[in-house]
Design a protein around this ligand. Structure first.
Ligand code: AMP
Length: 508
């Protein structure tokens, strides 16, 4: 059953606790289905896999599921306990087997990941108690799961990220079709789905259309936004501010303490977005590649240049290149800030038609000798975001050169003030250090509050219902100013999550 040619589990970027469990189970190599499915699943793709009992199919979905859950828990202190994965199976016996396999694989992270099986028809009260604890994974037959959903014992709409349908071909033939359809109404609009089936018959095709429907996937978590000049950092910050999206600029002109504080708070989950240039994150710019309009700073003589070199950004889920990196090396450095330590991450880059040759050089370096394409076009329907065109134009108009100059001056003044405090006052009052924020609005331009409220008709149909006020992040500041800064903003959650195409991988 094991595939002797396959790459070992240790090359899949799995958490060491999962690897330990796999070793304890005595599995030296992944089976064929595991070898194919696990890497694709870890990339966030939906799976339709032809897999029979005995092929190792349970682990083929359970391993990436556990890896994703562990990653979720590791990406910051703000992650709430919630049911994030649902495993649907056609029989009680299969539910028991699936739960047992998942638990064996989670043996070394049992405290972090709880798995509940609610397939037994009897004992509804004790199942309700178990579900109230919000186990990370719930396993069950469609009828039992639907029952709990209808009784409000189980809520999945706001938290479920992963759906597994095991033995999919049997679900319809066992008469679960109607229950399954009703159940799907209780799920969020977007989630990753794995469909495991011994055969690809008409029922599975129908199920595939019901379940693997999502053309979108989402950017979740913390993002690093790269631009090529400091002036553009502030342009972007003020543009986002127009939509009430807070962001910090990592600016080499700010006091060192402020910059270190921004990175440290980003790592602790206080901020979602940090805007940076290569110079601030990676140190002095690559020779002869200064593309900005502003004065060229002598980084070699600036002892504080590239402040972040010694400090790492943690748990960066996405790197967004608003400007194409000036060199292929800069691209690699930027991209290297995400997907670290076996965590998933994405890099999105805006490229102008005039920058095609520069993009070609980046692709060349990335693909190496293989020549295989590494960068993929970002697929989305332009018409879906057409409604934002006028708002964006309005916002851009407000971000004038004068506004940018004022914002930079204002921030430097404020941060100098903070820096003094950081040095003296905060040494004696370390708790108050937590209260300082660097992403408060600068407001050099008129902010039109309506831009921050996105009516439903502007939201792409596939994202409607998802665009609700963003989850509260850590709130270090109790002042009036801070309360104002964290006003709920639907666009922010849309923008922050972004959209990208999630291809479905069919394996057989
Ligand atoms: P399943 O197809 O999920 O029902 O799995 C069938 C059996 O294969 C189970 O008893 C697993 O313990 C075993 N198994 C799963 N993956 C592997 C592997 N990579 N190496 C050896 N045995 C495995």
């Amino acid at each position: 059953m094991e595939d002797p040619e396959s790459l070992g589990f240790e090359h899949m970027g799995l958490d060491h606790r999962l690897l330990q469990a796999v070793t304890d189970l005595g599995w030296s190599r992944p089976t064929l289905i595991q070898e194919k499915a696990i890497p694709l699943a870890l990339e966030g793709k939906d799976l339709l896999a032809r897999a029979r009992t005995g092929s190792g199919k349970t682990a083929a979905y359970a391993i990436p599921m556990l890896q994703l859950l562990l990653h979720r828990k590791a990406t910051g202190p703000v992650v709430e306990q919630a049911v994030r994965a649902l495993v649907l199976v056609p029989t009680k016996e299969l539910a028991r087997q699936a739960q047992s396999m998942i638990q064996q694989l989670a043996a070394y992270c049992a405290r972090d990941i709880r798995v509940a099986n609610v397939s037994a028809a009897e004992d509804s009260a004790s199942q309700r108690a178990v579900l109230m604890e919000k186990p990370d994974v719930v396993v069950g037959t469609p009828s039992r799961i639907l029952n709990h959903l209808q009784q409000d014992n189980l809520k999945l709409r706001d938290s479920m990220e992963l759906l597994v349908v095991d033995e999919a071909d049997l679900l319809f033939s066992f008469g679960f079709e109607e229950e399954l359809k009703s159940l799907l109404c209780h799920l969020p609009r977007i989630y990753q789905a794995f469909l495991m089936s011994a055969t690809f018959n008409e029922d599975v095709q129908a199920l595939k259309e019901l379940v693997l429907h999502n053309p979108l996937s989402l950017i979740r978590g913390k993002s690093l936004l790269f631009v090529n000049t400091l002036e553009r950092s502030y342009r972007l910050r003020l543009f986002l501010e127009q939509f009430s999206i807070p962001a910090c600029v990592l600016n080499g002109e700010l006091p060192l303490r402020s910059r270190c504080h921004i990175i440290s708070q980003f790592n602790q989950g206080f901020y979602d977005c940090v805007i940076a240039t290569d110079a601030e994150v990676l140190g002095p710019p690559v020779k002869g590649k200064h593309r900005g309009k502003g004065p060229k700073r002598d980084k070699a003589s600036d002892p504080e240049a590239g402040v972040a070199r010694g400090i790492d950004f943690h748990h960066v889920c996405a790197v967004l290149n608003f400007d194409l990196p000036p060199t292929p090396e800069a691209y690699i450095h930027r991209a290297g800030r995400t997907a670290r330590a076996n965590n998933p991450g994405i890099v999105l880059t805006f490229v102008l038609p005039t920058e095609q040759s520069q993009l070609g050089k980046i692709e060349e370096l990335l693909s190496g000798d293989s020549g295989a394409p590494v960068l993929l076009p970002y697929q989305f329907h332009m018409e879906e975001i057409e409604g934002f065109r006028y708002r964006c134009r309005d916002a851009m108009r407000s971000v004038t050169k004068q506004a940018i100059r004022e914002a930079r001056l204002k921030e430097i003044k404020e941060e100098l003030l903070h820096s003094e405090k950081l040095k003296t006052y905060f040494e004696d009052n370390p708790r108050d250090l937590q209260l300082l924020r660097h992403d408060l609005p600068l407001h050099p331009a008129v902010v039109k509050p309506h831009l921050g409220n996105v009516p439903d008709y502007l939201v792409p149909p596939a994202l409607r219902g998802l665009v609700h006020p963003h989850k509260k992040r850590k709130k270090p500041l109790a002042s009036k100013k801070a309360k104002k800064a964290k006003t709920q903003n639907p666009l922010r959650s849309f923008k922050h999550r972004g959209e990208k195409c999630r291809p479905t991988a069919a394996l057989s």
